[in-house]
Design a protein around this ligand. Structure first.
Ligand code: GSH
Length: 212
């Protein structure tokens, strides 16, 4: 294993960043974290990020060579392939393809939650909430007895699905409405993935300690 250093260029609330951070923690890989102000993106960040989005993973080799990766799932796959520890994708190609497909589904579900929290009017909020809830039911069904996507095995798909529950409302609407929204989001997720078993709670505590 090459002795490179890893820096996760982040934002504290970003669920896409949290995916990469969970994989790093799960694999027990040391990394640094730099938070970027997404409301005032620094020039160095814009120069590194083709999409102007977090996360970025900066990989520094001992010889000074540096690589930058963007897109959370590309980062997670790179980490899974290069870092020691249990693999977070299944070895079986069919199972792996299913994981990737449900990861896409999980990302789109996150988009619905975001759309709900940022809805400009009641009608679109309701439409987003409905489709969000339908997707949660689908996720709940595919999880079966859990606690993870593949039963007892912790994997990348559950990482992606579970991070949506940290979504918070940005400040587009009044404080009261925001509070109402975030209570509703929590309620929507209550039956979901995050606290299924004590093992997941242990991981949640580790995440909290690492402030991701
Ligand atoms: N598809 C990207 C999405 C990343 C993303 O949307 N990041 C948000 C923060 S959660 C961001 O950086 N937004 C800044 C912007 O859109 O200006 C990924 O998976 O990495």
């Amino acid at each position: 294993m090459t002795m490179h250093s890893l820096t996760l260029i982040s934002h504290p609330l970003c669920p896409f960043v949290q995916r990469a951070a969970i994989v790093l923690l799960e694999k027990q890989v040391a990394f640094e974290r730099i938070n970027v102000d997404l409301n005032a993106k620094p020039a160095w960040f814009l120069a590194l990020s083709p999409t102007a989005k977090v996360p970025l993973l900066q990989i520094r080799q001992p010889d000074g060579e540096e690589e930058i990766l963007f897109e959370s799932m590309a980062i997670c796959e790179y980490l899974d392939e290069t870092q020691p520890g249990p693999h977070l994708y299944p070895a079986n190609p069919v199972a792996r393809a299913k994981h990737r497909a449900w990861i896409e589904f999980g990302s789109a579900t996150l988009g619905e939650a975001w759309g709900y929290l940022n809805a400009k009017n009641h009608a679109s909020a309701e439409a987003k909430a409905t489709s969000f809830k339908e997707r949660l039911v689908q996720l709940e069904n595919v999880l079966g007895h859990g606690p993870y996507f593949d039963g007892e095995t912790f994997g990348i798909a559950i990482v992606v699905m579970s991070r949506s529950n940290r979504t918070r409302s940005p400040c587009k609407e009044s404080a009261v409405h925001r509070k109402h929204n975030s209570v509703r989001i929590r309620r929507l997720f209550r039956c979901q993935i995050a606290h299924r078993r004590s093992d997941f709670r242990r991981r949640a505590v580790a995440l909290h300690r690492n402030r991701i």
